[in-house]
Design a protein around this ligand. Structure first.
Ligand code: PHE
Ligand code: ZN
Length: 875
């Protein structure tokens, strides 16, 4: 049923590859169903490898057409070829040339790995192990080669032919309808960064001059007639390039930088050297079709892929266990970019919300794994929120511990020491240790220990001694394969507030100032004494979310309300409101009828505070969602009780603050032309948060208000926000609006995704039937990952409906996973991970979820992707 345990790959068993591949020459004859690939590899024994070894190359669903070694056709006894590998048994132990010919079928490639076609465009995806679906090759990130690529194709079918690096030449082929292009990438790279694109495209271009004067041409290629939708992405690209020069000293290194947007893509985007390939969702935008969140995501992902040019490409990973070396670091870099381009506090709040909503859940369930895993059976399943988001938090803590300058010194050394390398986490940390003369060996546990650390904090004030004492215990919960944990290095920023809400200058027991208001935990239990504290202070701990941990304290609810009003740290001010809301929501889900007085007081106070900006207020006014509440409750979860509790509290807030919310809504109604900038986006976000709370009063006039906004909106943000509000209520306006939306955007697949998603999110029992009916909609496609995620993926994330008490939600997802598995196992496996919190449910639902997991586990012929997730789900 599952792959044998011994097919697991282990970090501890890493061996360098026995051969070097200095250059790779690829020759593609593009044909829809039979593309011929000729690969010429210049190889020699790796001095660091074993002697006298055969050449073993990876393949995946390949058929060998011909094979030559130094020009000579090999006889059948000299090699062994299968769909998944090619072995040259006794190669000469010196420089040699292998010529390998394969034929592949891009049109039949529904896995979207290797060479496939999307909307008639030929394109590739090679990370992590897709290159082996193109040709036999040592498909591992520590084999770096210089690539030259010749692509030949029909001129009409594929007028544009692109690959990595710089263009060398492009010509028509006389006497035929074919043409070719040659590309050369001077930077040695692993195969996962190879890319090729061929097709009918349009593009926009802009010149860019790097800080040292290199002239680069930037181009974004899109489907014909979509160029007007690519300008925001181009703008984000230029800003990213400038920012990376300024903040990290990283300059671009080729003559061109190309981005291609395609509509069938498993992930968000891919950082192939000089030729980034994007899910078109993260390139195309206009005010009429994209929301503020879409713009924000486009900016962040364009930046993320561009930043990989140094953190990922110039310095790559030795093996896939080191994935966080490029991903965690690059997420940290894109978060910093967004903070600089937008509002730092609001960016931080958003990043932490995502971390807590998704990564904390992963870390608490059966799929928990360290930021750097130590074993895997299917690497595709490790592109996780833990590797990406927790990985970014670890880099952020490094910066907090070393300070701005110390961090930059470490990064500079990393770029200098490892440029051109396939590096490890140890290499990375050593740069920071060396540059700062610090021992980071205990800190390194953040990479090896899974689970979210939990802190128990007790504060005591001694009026006589004028001291404030914090007793802190840390505990890391057990996770699959890791029962006992060692203490972590935890940087905590904190503040003590006096009765007027002002920060008391922090001094240690000896009266010395506490640098950066930072304390660092490194033992199971520790005591910190602060001196010169006359009165009992309010305590603001883990400011800015300086460490990704869960904290319980004895500070009490009054402390939270005080922080909500006065904390100088914007993150903790937000977090205090969030915690007040959470306490109320959890109590209510458990049956309490206590009105949310403190929460309402905090929100009311915030509305009156003219110093708080709109985007920040919008965060305060959007309550924790149902899955956050479930996470907080932790066990025996009843999703319906949570839904009811959340509705009730929204209703109470809407009623209590009605006049102020109406006034704010009206004040924020803008008649200016739409602009996606952060300030205008913040105004819309707050206005739409007001609308949501007003509608929660149940007042028909408020539902009308939402409908009017839907009808008159001049941008997608406001239209979609109104539709999302209407969707929560079984009112006639909902169906009217849904029908109007479909009519208006029926030819725009990316907009229809929003329409699918808003319906899959409806918290009503009719949603299951609605979703099933929508799978037959002409615009829906099971094999397009965006369509699939917006309908089925969103349904699987609808807490009350996926977790229906009758188990039909689980059955729908299980059926979809099984139906999709043979076509696109990566997307199927990701969908299956919706079950990751099944053990926290109340017994009835838990049993029904388990039954579906068992049904999947017992299905013969599962992909390694789905087999891996389903088996780990039982941990
Ligand atoms: N490396 C890509 C990124 O984060 C993600 C990705 C992984 C894309 C695997 C495709 C396949 O930027
Ligand atoms: Zn990335």
């Amino acid at each position: 049923m599952f792959r044998e345990a011994d097919t697991a790959v282990r970090l501890s068993e890493y061996q360098p590859y026995d051969w070097l591949v200095d250059t790779v020459d690829l020759d593609f004859q593009l044909e829809p169903a039979a593309t011929r690939v000729r690969a010429t590899l210049a190889m020699r024994p790796n001095p660091k490898g074993r002697n006298q070894s055969p050449i073993v190359l990876d393949g995946d669903e390949l058929a060998l057409v011909s094979l030559r070694l130094d020009g000579r056709v090999l006889s059948a006894t000299e090699y062994e070829a299968s769909a998944s590998s090619l072995t040259i048994k006794n190669p000469p132990q010196g420089k040699l040339t292998l010529e390998i010919e394969t034929v592949i079928n891009p049109s039949a490639n529904t896995k979207l790995m290797g060479l496939f076609r999307s909307n008639k465009i030929y394109c590739t995806q090679c990370e992590a192990e897709g290159f082996r679906r193109i040709t036999y090759f040592p498909d591992r990130p520590d084999v770096l080669s210089v690539y030259t690529v010749r692509i030949e194709a029909d001129r009409d079918e594929a007028p544009f032919l692109l690959s990595n690096g710089n263009p060398v030449e492009a010509f028509g082929i006389p006497g035929s309808n074919r043409h070719y292009a040659i590309w050369h990438d001077p930077h040695p790279k692993p195969a996962y960064l190879f890319a090729l694109v061929g097709g009918k495209l349009d593009y926009i271009e802009e010149p860019f001059k790097t800080v040292s004067g290199r002239k680069v041409m930037l181009r974004i290629f899109v489907d014909p007639d979509k160029t007007q939708l690519a300008h925001y992405a181009m703008d984000a690209l230029k800003r990213s390039m400038r920012w990376d020069e300024k903040v990290f000293g990283c300059e671009y290194d080729l003559d061109v930088f190309h981005i291609v947007a395609v509509s069938d893509f498993n992930m968000g985007a891919m950082e192939n050297k000089g030729l980034n390939i994007f899910n078109d969702k993260y390139v195309l935008a206009s005010p009429e079709t994209a929301t503020d969140l879409d713009y924000e995501n486009i900016e962040a992902i364009i930046a993320h892929e561009y930043f990989h040019n140094w953190t990922g490409n110039r310095i790559t990973c030795r093996d896939w266990f080191q994935l966080c070396l490029k991903e965690g670091l690059t997420v940290f870099r894109d978060q910093e970019f967004s903070s600089d381009e937008r509002s730092r506090p609001v960016e931080r709040i958003g990043d932490v919300r995502r971390l807590k909503s998704f990564q904390f859940v992963e870390d608490a369930g059966p799929l928990a794994h360290p930021v750097r895993p130590e074993t895997y059976r299917e690497i595709n399943n490790f592109y996780t929120v833990t590797v990406y988001e927790k990985g970014a938090e670890v880099v952020r803590m490094l910066k907090t511990l070393l300070g701005e300058r110390g961090f930059r010194k470490g990064m500079d050394l990393y770029f200098k020491r490892h440029d051109g390398d396939a590096a490890t986490i140890e290499d990375f940390l050593k740069c920071f240790a060396d540059a700062n003369k610090q021992d980071l060996s205990q800190f390194a546990r953040w990479y090896s220990q899974a689970g979210t650390p939990e802190l128990a904090v007790r504060g005591t004030h001694d009026a006589k001694a004028r001291t404030y004492t914090l007793d802190i215990e840390q505990m890391v919960p057990p996770t699959p394969g890791q029962s006992a944990k060692q203490p972590m290095v935890i940087p905590l920023k904190l503040g003590l507030l006096d009765a007027k809400g002002r920060d008391i200058p922090l001094k240690d027991a000896k009266g010395n100032p506490v640098r950066d208001n930072l304390i660092v935990l490194d033992k199971p239990s520790q005591t910190f004494v602060f001196s010169g504290v006359k009165e009992k202070p309010a305590v603001s701990i883990n400011r800015g979310f300086s460490a990704p941990v869960k904290i319980s304290t004895n500070f009490g609810a009054a402390n939270l309300l005080f922080l909500a009003k006065y904390d100088s740290d914007p993150f903790n001010r937000y977090d205090a409101v969030e915690q007040l809301a959470m306490q109320q929501l959890v109590a209510s889900a458990r049956g309490s009828n206590e009105p949310p007085a403190a929460l309402i007081e905090a929100l009311d106070n915030a509305l009156d505070n003219s110093k708080l900006d709109d985007a920040f207020l919008a965060q305060l006014f959007s309550l924790p969602d149902e899955s956050d509440i479930a996470q907080q409750i932790g066990k025996n979860i009843d999703p319906d009780a949570i839904l009811v509790a959340r509705r009730k509290i929204k209703h109470d807030i809407g009623m209590a603050l009605k006049e102020k919310l109406v006034a704010r809504y009206q004040k924020l109604t803008s008649h200016r032309r739409y602009s996606p900038d952060a300030k205008s986006a913040g105004q819309r976000a707050l206005r739409n948060a007001c609308l949501d709370l007003l509608a929660a009063t149940g007042d028909t006039a408020e539902h009308k208000r939402a409908f009017t906004q839907f009808e008159h909106a001049d941008n997608m943000t406001d239209r979609m926000a109104a539709l999302a509000v209407l969707a929560q209520y079984a009112i006639p306006e909902r169906e009217t609006a849904l029908a109007a939306f479909e009519q208006r955007y029926r030819n725009d697949p990316l907009v229809l995704d929003k329409w699918f998603a808003v319906q899959a999110r409806i918290p009503e029992s009719g949603t299951l039937d609605r979703v099933e009916a929508l799978t037959k909609h002409p615009a829906f496609s099971m094999t397009n990952p965006n369509r699939m995620r917006s309908l089925i993926g969103v349904f699987a994330a609808n807490p009350s409906q996926f977790n229906r008490a009758d188990g039909k939600g689980y059955a729908l997802i299980a059926d979809t996973v099984l139906g999709l598995d043979s076509k696109n196992p990566q997307v199927a496996a990701r969908l299956l991970s919706a079950f990751k919190s099944w053990r926290t449910l109340e017994p009835g639902r838990r049993a029904l979820a388990e039954k579906e997991l068992n049904r999947i586990a017992q299905t013969p012929g599962l992909s390694p992707d789905v087999a891996d997730i389903v088996s780990r789900s039982f941990a």
